[in-house]
Design a binder for this molecule. Structure first.
Ligand code: HEC
Length: 132
């Protein structure tokens, strides 16, 4: 939240270069392109969308619809590993809105994304990268 205004523009510009254009699949009413920008400013510091590329957080490739804590080789928190969570859009939406509330004891140090429209675009973007 607080980070988005500070270095939003440059991070977005870098991510557009690195990620290339988002796939239009699943665009519907949500704005996938804007979702990619939200990802760049809010999430890219810790997450890559490249398959198998972990940063501070695990790769988010194909995360929509997947079971939580499945990336081989990533040291998840006990809380997330034991959660049995499934990343449906609803569960993801609640997690991104407030990680500490949705996953108490988890180690994603992110304050949450308050804007529901931004979250919808972000999830559309993540879903456009591949679903399981
Ligand atoms: C400061 C670093 C940081 C930021 C910023 C961040 N995350 Fe995370 N994220 C993590 C870490 C660390 C984990 C592992 C959490 C755990 O093990 O409890 C994680 C886990 C996740 C997971 C679970 C993945 C899985 O394999 O089960 C999702 C989904 C996720 N983050 C989405 C996001 C989204 C979307 C954003 C942007 C809105 C974001 N994160 C921003 C660090 C971050």
């Amino acid at each position: 939240m607080a980070t988005s205004t500070a270095y939003g523009l440059s991070a977005a510009a870098i991510a557009i270069v690195l990620l290339g254009p988002a796939s239009p699949a699943g665009a519907q009413t949500a704005n996938v392109k804007h979702g990619g920008e939200v990802f760049a400013t809010e999430c890219a510091e810790c997450h890559s969308v490249r398959e198998g590329k972990d940063k501070k957080g695990p790769s988010l490739f194909g995360v929509v619809g997947a079971a939580a804590a499945q990336r081989a080789g990533f040291a998840y928190s006990e809380a997330l590993r034991g959660s049995g969570a499934h990343w449906t859009r609803e569960v993801l939406d609640a997690y991104v809105a407030n990680p500490q509330k949705a996953m108490p004891g988890g180690k994603m140090k992110y304050d949450g994304l308050a804007s529901a429209p931004d979250r919808a675009d972000l999830l559309a973007y993540l879903a456009s990268l591949g679903t399981k």
